[in-house]
Design a protein around this ligand. Structure first.
Ligand SMILES: Nc1ncnc2c1ncn2[C@@H]1O[C@H](COP(=O)(O)OP(=O)(O)OP(=O)(O)O)[C@@H](O)[C@H]1O
Length: 450
């Protein structure tokens, strides 16, 4: 900006030069075309005024835009910060704006907005609204730039494989192969040959030589899923491969070097397994270079409304989720995590009537709320109870935020994305809705019709 203002001092001189040049050129051209023109002083004066006026006007417009462009951008940014400070003020009461707590809060809010945008841009297939999930994706984005081995932990169905493939596609190896092996799904006696390949005749049935997954992943990423289910003998070979990048086919004699980045995942507690000597400690440390823990869905219920929408779209359904159904989804504990939620959404979509998914009578009469299989649960369906936000402050906050999001999304859906109308439906001021939409990072555009 300072550079532009500095250059701005040259503008009058450039302007004068351009004007004189334009007048001279036009004057000469008209004199050549109409010999009488050169004799008429009035005509020449009129020409001088018209050309210099035109040039000055055009040049001032260009200069003005040139100088004010960065200023506008600066003012826009200042306005955004001002809005965020408004939010902080609302959330923090009468504390002075210089209070370090407010500044911290403000900083957190700014970095949250940025990290949510980053996460969405970097991992478009991964639905992520909650803070814990944003942290997961921030870590994933950081480690993707390196070749470090990653260990992803989390309960079954939390999205470990999705994050692993996201890391690959954001890495320098994205053009290379991404090979996934589920160690728990392959019988122990076949796992080594699957991972390292085998030579012809290495064992009964090995009628031809076959490359292993390490070999196939050369130049790319190997995803070792359920790594905790690997037999100890195979663990030793994997360790060797990780240490020197070499492996030998079963029945082979020559070791070959491969350039493979390993991302491993497990839903088991590897530290306990190490203590019980069922998992090698050296391999645990070798894998755990960069740990990423994905929290279970019940610890990030804010993600549920967006996940429901995501699965409806992914399954090609043009359906609306009734608020009481969404409330049911939000209040359950989901022991099978996102995979289980996806299955339930699919089932509810099949049973939807008039384009709306509603809870089945047996779901409501059974009191299917916080604990899906807990028949003894006496929670009233569709209403948050102490059981749904069992112990701490965080649970209550998370639960309330999910409720707030759900109500706002339903109102936006109903109003076709018109915020003033949605605010009316919710009985709040448009400004208050606007703040909430910002805080919860709801994409209003998604609800706009047409
Ligand atoms: N944040 C998310 N956004 C969208 N879809 C998700 C998300 N997390 C998980 N899924 C979907 O949920 C399903 C289960 O995810 P995934 O297979 O990655 O889980 P996992 O933790 O690897 O499970 P397991 O431990 O059983 O192998 C997949 O269909 C995946 O696409």
């Amino acid at each position: 900006m300072r550079f532009r203002v500095g250059l701005g001092f040259l503008v009058p001189f450039v302007l004068a030069g351009v004007t004189v040049l334009s007048v001279l050129v036009t004057d000469r051209a008209l004199a050549l075309l109409h010999p009488g023109f050169a004799q008429s002083m009035e005509a020449r004066l009129a020409l001088l005024c018209a050309v210099s006026g035109g040039v000055c006007f055009a040049a001032s417009l260009i200069t003005f835009r040139w100088l004010t462009g960065p200023l506008e951008r600066f003012l826009k940014r200042a306005r955004e910060i001002n809005v965020l400070s408004d939010v902080a003020e609302r959330d923090t009461g009468d504390k002075p704006a210089t209070d370090p707590a407010i500044l911290d809060d403000l900083f957190m809010q700014v970095s949250n907005v940025l990290s949510a945008l980053d996460a969405k841009a970097l991992f478009p297939d991964i639905v992520c609204h909650s803070r814990p999930m944003r942290e997961v994706l921030t870590r994933a984005a950081k480690v993707a730039q390196s070749d470090a081995t990653v260990l992803i932990t989390g309960e079954s169905g939390t999205g470990k494989e999705l994050v692993a493939s996201g890391i690959h596609s954001r890495s320098r190896r994205a053009e290379g192969p991404y090979i996934a092996v589920n160690c728990a799904a392959i019988p122990d006696q076949l796992l080594e040959s699957e991972l390292f390949g085998h030579e012809r005749g290495a064992f009964t049935g090995a009628v031809s030589a076959k490359p292993g997954k390490f070999e196939l992943a050369d130049g790319g990423t190997l995803f070792l899923d359920e790594v905790g289910d690997m037999p100890l003998a195979t663990q030793a070979k994997i360790l060797r491969m990780l240490e020197n990048g070499e492996c030998t086919r079963v029945g082979g004699t020559k070791a070959k070097k491969f350039n493979v980045r390993v991302v491993a995942a497990t839903n088991r507690d590897l530290r306990t397994m190490v203590a019980e000597r069922t998992f090698r400690e050296d391999l645990y440390h070798r894998l755990n270079v960069f740990p990423i823990h994905i929290p279970p869905l019940r610890e990030r219920r804010e993600d549920i409304p967006a996940l429901v929408q995501h699965f409806l779209e992914r399954q090609g359904h043009d359906l609306h989720c009734a608020p009481e159904m969404l409330q049911l989804f939000i209040s359950r504990d989901w022991p099978g995590n996102i995979r289980e939620l996806a299955n339930h959404v699919e089932r509810a979509a099949v049973l939807a009537e008039d384009g709306v998914m509603r809870p089945l009578p047996e779901q409501t009469s059974r009191g299917e709320t916080a604990h899906a299989d807990d028949a003894a649960s006496d929670a009233t369906p569709g209403h948050p109870t102490a059981e749904h936000s069992p112990t701490g402050q965080t649970d209550i906050d998370t639960y309330l935020a999910a409720m707030e999001r759900q109500m706002i999304c339903a109102a936006l859906q109903q109003s076709g994305g018109i915020q003033a109308r949605a605010a009316e439906l919710l009985g709040i001021k448009p400004r208050s809705l606007w703040h909430r939409v910002k805080k919860l990072e709801i994409n209003v555009g998604e609800y706009k019709e047409g």
